[in-house]
Design a protein around this ligand. Structure first.
Ligand code: MLY
Length: 265
């Protein structure tokens, strides 16, 4: 739901700059999504990166696919861009002399895998080669700066892309903080992650963009505090996470305070 959210207005309001497109490992023109629901592909298992498995296209939004590994449950769906190097047409493994593997947590007896695989592929719709787009080139270094705005996948609700700010930088990693939300959704990621996009990417690619969570808390503008438009209580520091916060925060927190942060990438 793009709603009334307008990046130009918002960047002015927050006195912020958009991270330049050259910072991102994303195609300048978002790729077309030529996949269809129910088509089968081969995909790297996100929970077991050495395995390539059969996957089914369960959903699509803009250039992204919602995928489910065949023989896995419905609780481990994941999203990939159509130009992800994790995706291949059916037949890829055979061509490179590797075996299609059961997904981590294969729901059946392991000995039934060969017959399961045969049945799952028999008569299945397979995605044609032209659906798979070439992965974009990698920027050579981390060019992000603290305070730059971007669009980022909410990894806890990975169907969502939201306005975000670079909160800190540590070598090849950036801290993605979600505008208008407390820290619960924030994460560290490499600068060349496929989960971060330049401002305007959603609009260009036909993906929905969430508005910032501005329901509570003052909006900080250049050190000054602008009154929130709705009068709702401002949560006290340390109150439960997952609630909206002010849209601009300076976050000088050391990466080492975050247990999930790699100390050296
Ligand atoms: N159901 C969740 C959704 C939160 C989404 C936060 N993102 C946009 C950063 C909730 O309301 O907590």
């Amino acid at each position: 739901i793009q709603g009334n959210f307008d990046w130009d207005e918002y960047l002015q309001e927050t006195d912020a700059v958009a991270a330049p497109e050259s910072c991102f490992k994303q195609a300048t023109t978002p790729p077309d999504n030529d996949f269809e629901i129910n088509q089968k592909i081969e995909a790297r298992d996100p929970r077991n990166l050495t395995s390539i498995c059969v996957a089914t296209v369960i959903g699509k939004i803009g250039p992204r696919l919602r995928l489910r590994l065949d023989g896995s449950d419905s609780k481990n769906d994941f999203w990939r861009l159509v130009d992800s190097s994790d995706l291949h047409p059916i037949g890829y493994c055979e061509k490179i002399g590797e075996l299609l593997m059961p997904p981590l947590g294969f729901c059946k007896n392991p000995s039934s895998w060969p017959s399961f695989l045969q049945k799952t592929l028999n008569g299945a719709a397979v995605a044609p080669d032209h659906c798979f787009k070439k992965e974009p080139p990698l920027p050579k270094s981390n060019e992000f700066k603290v305070g730059m705005k971007l669009e980022a996948v909410d990894r806890k609700n990975p169907q969502l892309i939201c306005p975000a700010t670079v909160g800190s930088i540590n070598k090849d990693q950036i801290h993605v903080t979600f505008d208008g939300w407390r820290g619960a959704f924030d994460y560290w990621t490499r600068y060349d992650s496929r989960d971060i996009f330049p401002v305007g990417w959603c609009a260009k690619s036909g993906h929905s963009l969430q508005p910032p969570g501005q329901k509570a808390g003052p909006i900080q503008v250049k050190g000054k505090v602008k009154e929130p438009s709705l009068s709702v209580p401002i949560p006290s520091p340390g109150s439960q996470s997952g609630t909206p916060r002010s849209s601009v925060t300076s976050n000088p927190s050391s990466p080492n305070l975050h247990p999930e942060t790699p100390i050296s990438p």
